[in-house]
Ligand binder design. Structure first.
Ligand SMILES: Nc1nc2c(c(=O)[nH]1)N[C@H]1C(S)=C(S)[C@@H](COP(=O)(O)OP(=O)(O)OC[C@H]3O[C@@H](n4cnc5c(=O)[nH]c(N)nc54)[C@H](O)[C@@H]3O)O[C@H]1N2
Ligand SMILES: Nc1nc2c(c(=O)[nH]1)N[C@H]1C(S)=C(S)[C@@H](COP(=O)(O)OP(=O)(O)OC[C@H]3O[C@@H](n4cnc5c(=O)[nH]c(N)nc54)[C@H](O)[C@@H]3O)O[C@H]1N2
Ligand SMILES: [Mo]
Length: 806
């Protein structure tokens, strides 16, 4: 038997499933149930597991055994909060063919029959008249579950009808995922990372480069098991013992920095690439870089070094040069470079700094710097782009994955098979450019793509009116569309700007199977419905089944299976695969009948990223052009893009002049501590945790606050040419002078071009990171501020629509 080196490096040790379970779950899960009317049901969410005590159709209380996230204590309140959508609705003007009241929030309740009629009629019209290039379905962080996933259900039904546009590239890390495959042969961001015990054991210098795992591990795409936190505790112990030095390079003081008691280097936003190149130059000039690593493991260093030395553009990328751009003293940069060469160093990056103009070169420069340090593939050394979400960095189990509903139906015959009049996909965050410029040809990852002429926008599981950049521009673009439908459980701003709104169930009002643990694949949870669907809500799957019935494809949509048959099929896939791995799960019937249906897989597999490559780059080469790390890329050179040179490069942002003028603040939009983007903003208890005077927070440095005569709790008009947002000041050293921070995903309470509550995306830039990735540039954001005088108009975004008569 041939063991790959990777397998060999994985140490496997089983833990007792029951012991692990007992640690993870509240003891209540095993308590005897004296009152026959009471049921205790263990369930999951994107915020972790909890146990609900049920009395008939109501949740009496919940118990949580998790100290990592406050969200899970309150998330279930979305089942019945003031923002809950109760019935299907249409915008008042829609009924008379008048689009001018989009956003007015006046809606007319309608029956499900009428609602599905409208949805079908509009999609069918677009498909029959304009073909698949006219229909844009969008689904994002609302997606959840193997069976009832809103994105899959929608796409499955739409695929039976005809084809549609698809969007590609995540808001999260579009720049990284499009450049890193060219450089290291992998997208990195969601790939298995070196297990954090190796960091605790081997790392001597941990650099958190715009990276806040303690905050960002609080959520998951599936149910998080929070297992990385115990590793971060080990790392903290090593730091306390003086065995690891930790430095956070971040314009903001993060939760991780506070937790680890890390030093902070408050770099100017958007200047990291210059710092990294300055560090590379220093290592080159001092001849302290790892020559062997550069020669044996990288390709194209000659071009990169020539650039560093100024042979390409006449500018030497010295520490002095870097210092002038990034605002850090030369001594700080030189001392960092020295540390890098004397200590086992891990450069651990988050994703925010790449969610910006030229984000690709931020990523590339980090890899180049780690290559010059030369510890890639060694435990606790090198670089990482993946420790900051979805349980990353913890050991993985031996278990197999559950089956999942497919977005395509085998041997199906769609109603329409019309040709595309465009490229069938476009980069997600370019959607406004797409709506505004049908037929435009744009470069994307080295190819040219042609934009479609969109007519219909169907949103299920996303809230672009809060999460897409430059919302005032988005609103104008949406007005050009013929029809917008939104399916959600909460009355978001995207509902408000739609023509048709359909109420879906929350994840606790439906039966579902879901992986427990994200990157860790810790096990399986059978989520039993806690309460019956509230009001008139229906599951996403059910909505799209009704849609499919409109054109005689219901049988194909369901494949003739009941919900429980689907769940069994998905479970049985894991059951069979696991049996082959020697893991015995209970049969589905037994598993599903338990109130706390959870099965935890054995196994704790550790991993060292790039260990194979390090050991033998010829045998285990990377999936790049040369099989090595590319410090120059011929493919990118061939694309010939001004804003994406073929080696790691520093470029000024398009707003560099204003940025340097000193007249603006740079506004960072952090991923929120107690929310998942805009999700849970409708829960007052969570809103109140980080909030200033009933508005989203605006962290401002004391010196800046003084200049603008602001104290904590003051309302601040935060504005630029795109619009204005009212935020609540929190005066704090969390940010350095010239930098402001708020949280993304604040709900949108519109008043002309202003948001009264705190949607930062009124102010952000909607521009491709470069012509390579066309990713979002949400962090490229300059604003001015002034103290708000006068009374605050009514914030109405949490109260649902104004119900009117037709
Ligand atoms: N300024 C700024 N903007 C940003 C970012 C930033 O850093 N700065 N970050 C970006 C990033 S990384 C991301 S990933 C995006 C996220 O962008 P989105 O995915 O648009 O954000 P969410 O707020 O999670 O929206 C999910 C919606 O799905 C709904 N939902 C939940 N469950 C269900 C369900 O079962 N069915 C249906 N149909 N709907 C459901 C929720 O109520 C919510 O309205 O935001 C981006 N926006
Ligand atoms: N609690 C919670 N966790 C989440 C999410 C959430 O909404 N809530 N969202 C999840 C999702 S979808 C994603 S994509 C990830 C997002 O993960 P990230 O994008 O990494 O998260 P952020 O917290 O927005 O930013 C991380 C750090 O980058 C810093 N930063 C910003 N600009 C710069 C810069 O120019 N230079 C440097 N050096 N640092 C900079 C910020 O100050 C912040 O401390 O988080 C995931 N985890
Ligand atoms: Mo994201």
């Amino acid at each position: 038997m041939v063991l790959s080196r990777r397998d060999f490096l994985k140490k496997t040790c089983s833990v007792s499933t029951k012991a692990a379970l007992a640690m993870q779950l509240s003891p209540l899960a095993f308590a005897s149930q004296a009152d026959p009317n009471l049921r205790r049901v263990l369930t999951g969410s994107k915020f972790g597991t909890f146990e609900a005590e049920l009395n008939g159709n109501s949740i009496k209380k919940i118990s949580v055994d998790n100290i990592h996230s406050k969200m899970v204590y309150h998330a279930y309140k979305t089942i019945n909060n003031p923002s809950r959508i109760k019935t299907p609705m249409v915008r008042k003007g829609y009924l008379s063919g008048d689009n001018s009241d989009r956003g007015s929030n006046e809606f007319v309740p309608i029956s499900w029959e009428k609602a599905i009629d409208i949805l079908y009629k509009e999609i069918d019209n677009a498909q029959s008249q304009h073909g698949p290039s006219s229909i844009f379905p969008l689904s994002h962080w609302g997606m959840f579950g193997q069976f009832g996933n809103c994105g899959t259900a929608m796409q499955r039904a739409l695929n039976l009808h005809g084809k549609t546009m698809s969007s590609t590239g995540f808001y999260s890390f579009a720049a990284a995922e499009s450049i890193l495959p060219e450089i290291v042969g992998d997208i990195e961001v969601t790939s298995e990372q070196t297990t954090l015990n190796y960091v605790a054991e081997h790392t001597e210098l941990l650099i958190l480069w715009g990276c806040d795992p303690i905050k960002n591990l609080k959520i998951g795409f599936s149910v998080p098991d929070f297992s990385p936190y115990k590793y971060w505790q080990q790392i903290k112990q090593k730091i306390d013992q003086g065995k690891i030095e930790v430095i956070s390079i971040d314009p903001v003081t993060t939760d991780t920095q506070n937790y680890l008691n890390a030093k902070n280097i408050p770099i100017k936003p958007h200047t990291d690439t210059a710092l990294m190149l300055g560090l590379c130059y220093e290592l080159l000039e001092q001849e302290t870089y790892n020559k062997r690593f550069i020669e044996d493991y990288t390709d194209g260093h000659e071009e990169f070094f020539a650039y560093l030395l100024g042979e390409k553009d006449g500018v030497k990328k010295t520490t002095q040069w870097a210092s002038e751009i990034c605002g850090l003293p030369v001594t700080t940069i030189k001392s960092l470079a020295k540390k890098f060469t004397t200590k086992r160093t891990l450069l651990s990056s988050g994703w925010s700094a790449q969610r910006a103009e030229h984000g690709e070169h931020y990523c590339w420069s980090l890899v180049a710097l780690a290559s010059m340090i030369g510890e890639i593939g060694l435990p606790g050394g090198g670089f990482s782009f993946g420790y900051n979400a979805n349980d990353a960095g913890a050991a993985t189990s031996n278990g197999s994955r559950l089956g999942v509903m497919s977005a395509t139906v085998k041997d199906s015959s769609p109603k329409y098979d019309k040709p595309y009049t465009s490229t069938p996909y476009f980069p997600t965050s370019r959607m406004v450019d797409v709506i505004n410029n049908p037929g435009k040809v744009v470069p994307f990852k080295g190819k040219d793509i042609t934009y479609p002429d969109l007519k219909v926008f169907v949103v299920a599981g996303a809230n672009p009116l809060s999460t897409h950049q430059d919302v005032n521009q988005l609103k104008q673009a949406l007005n050009k569309l013929d029809f917008i439908a939104t399916i959600d459980c909460q009355w978001t701003a995207t509902c408000r700007f739609s023509d048709l709104v359909l109420p879906t169930t929350t994840v606790w009002e439906r039966d579902e199977l879901i992986p427990y643990g994200n990157a860790t694949n810790r096990g399986v949870i059978g989520m039993k419905k806690l309460v019956e669907p509230m009001y008139e809500s229906k599951d996403d799957y059910e909505i799209w089944r009704l849609f499919a019935a409109k054109f005689d494809r219901e049988k194909q949509f369901t494949e003739g299976k009941s919900q429980i048959q689907w769940l069994k099929e998905f479970y049985d896939k894991a059951y069979t695969d696991n049996q082959n791995r020697g893991i015995n799960m209970p049969v589905f019937e037994k598993f599903w009948t338990q109130d706390s249906a959870i099965f935890e897989y054995p196994g704790q597999n550790d991993f060292v990223r790039y260990a194979d490559f390090k050991e033998d780059p010829d045998l285990d080469g990377l999936a790049t052009d040369s099989g090595l790390i590319q410090l120059f890329s011929q493919k990118i050179a061939n694309a010939n893009l001004k804003d994406c040179p073929p080696y790691p490069s520093w470029m000024e942002t398009s707003d560099w002049k204003e940025r340097s003028s000193g007249e603006f603040f740079h506004l960072i939009s952090l991923h929120p501590t107690n929310r998942l983007h805009s999700q849970l903003c409708g829960v007052k208890e969570l809103r109140d945790l980080i909030n200033a005077n009933q508005h989203e927070p605006l962290w401002i440095n004391p010196a800046d606050a003084k200049e603008f005569n602001l104290v904590t709790g003051d309302i601040v008009e935060t504005y630029n040419a795109k619009g204005k947002v009212l935020l609540g000041a929190i005066v704090s050293d969390k940010v350095s002078q010239g930098v402001l921070a708020t949280q993304e995903g604040g709900w949108y309470s519109p008043d002309g071009d202003t948001c009264l509550y705190g949607n930062v995306n009124i102010l952000t830039t909607d521009r491709g990171a470069s012509s390579w990735s066309q990713g979002p540039s949400a962090q490229t954001c300059l604003v001015k501020i002034k103290k708000y005088q006068g009374s605050i108009p009514n914030i109405d975004c949490f109260d649902g629509p104004k119900i009117v008569k037709a």
